[in-house]
Design a protein around this ligand. Structure first.
Ligand code: AMP
Length: 282
């Protein structure tokens, strides 16, 4: 696995990966963007990318631009040596580790602001977050020249924001979405889970269980407003502080009251100091 830290290194590593690719299609170079602290969910993205036959670039960059003023960037877990060992074992071809000065060099003055699906939910809870995400992902596309990129369904709103950006800016990158990897308990894997106490770990899987119960009732035709209110109440009763439990059209993220062709249940809830996100198809 090649490790690149500068623009010159990533250009040369990706050129070499392209040469070694079995096909000359743009999609023969695939990008997996991450913020490190890698777990099995991240590695599943690498596996899915490799399964297409592509050479895989995994980026590790804790993006200051997507953290709010009240969010603790310094608390974000970092384990570069452990991450590199996991990527190597997963068969990743290139690890792209830009520093903040490489990502945002002096004079940097461009932001990408996506409307539509970035409004509401995480966009409302974390002002500026999706501008940070869209800007860094667009830069990663430009830096690597990847023709395909892999994102987790775990961050459903993020995927819709990226899809919107790619379509609106006519970026030549195929967006692939990989199902959420879960622990045996059903808890969605996340780098934030390490901050859960032992007691909270026992309770945390109730978020997914509550979404599944709500989905069953929605499919049975129960009124969405009642189902969502009861899901929030159930979470509160377990000790969560729910931020939202919403039924939305899966791509636009517009709230809906009646099931349509593609629907998603989105939830965010705080458990102790940890804000947990989850979502499922309905
Ligand atoms: P992050 O490092 O948290 O920014 O996540 C990097 C990528 O991994 C994003 O596309 C996430 O959606 C994805 N991801 C994180 N957790 C999971 C999971 N449990 N299952 C699948 N993908 C995930």
């Amino acid at each position: 696995m090649q490790i690149a830290r500068s623009m010159a290194e990533i250009r040369s590593a990706t050129a070499q990966a392209r040469q070694n690719a079995t096909s000359s299609d743009a999609e023969s170079l695939a990008l997996v963007p991450t913020m490190g602290a890698l777990h099995a969910g991240h590695l599943e993205l690498v596996r899915a990318a490799k399964a297409t036959g592509a050479k895989v670039v995994t980026s590790i960059f804790v993006n200051p631009l997507q953290f709010g003023a009240n969010e603790d960037l310094s608390r974000y877990p970092r384990d570069e040596a452990g991450d590199l060992a996991k990527l190597q074992a997963a068969g990743c071809d290139v690890a792209w580790l830009p520093g903040v000065d490489v990502m945002y060099p002096p004079g940097d003055a461009t932001l990408i602001s996506v409307g539509g699906p970035s409004a509401g939910f995480e966009g409302a809870a974390r002002p500026g977050h999706f501008t940070g995400v869209a800007t860094v992902v667009a830069k990663l596309f430009g830096q690597t020249g990847a023709g395909a990129a892999f994102f987790g369904a775990k961050d459903w709103q993020q995927v819709q924001v990226i899809r919107r950006m790619v379509e609106d800016l006519c970026l030549p990158v195929a967006i692939n979405v990989v199902p959420t990897m879960r622990e045996a308990s059903g808890l969605a894997m996340s780098s934030r889970n390490r901050f859960l106490s032992d007691e909270e770990r026992v309770v945390a899987p109730a978020l997914y269980a509550t979404l599944n119960d709500a989905a069953i009732r929605l499919r049975a035709g129960d009124k969405a407003a009642d189902v969502l209110a009861q899901a929030e109440a159930a979470l509160r009763a377990r000790g969560f502080v729910p931020d939202y439990v919403s039924l939305v059209e899966a791509r636009s993220l517009q709230p809906i009251a009646v099931l349509g062709a593609e629907n998603r249940l989105l939830a965010a809830a705080r458990l102790g100091s940890v804000r947990l996100l989850d979502n499922i198809e309905v």
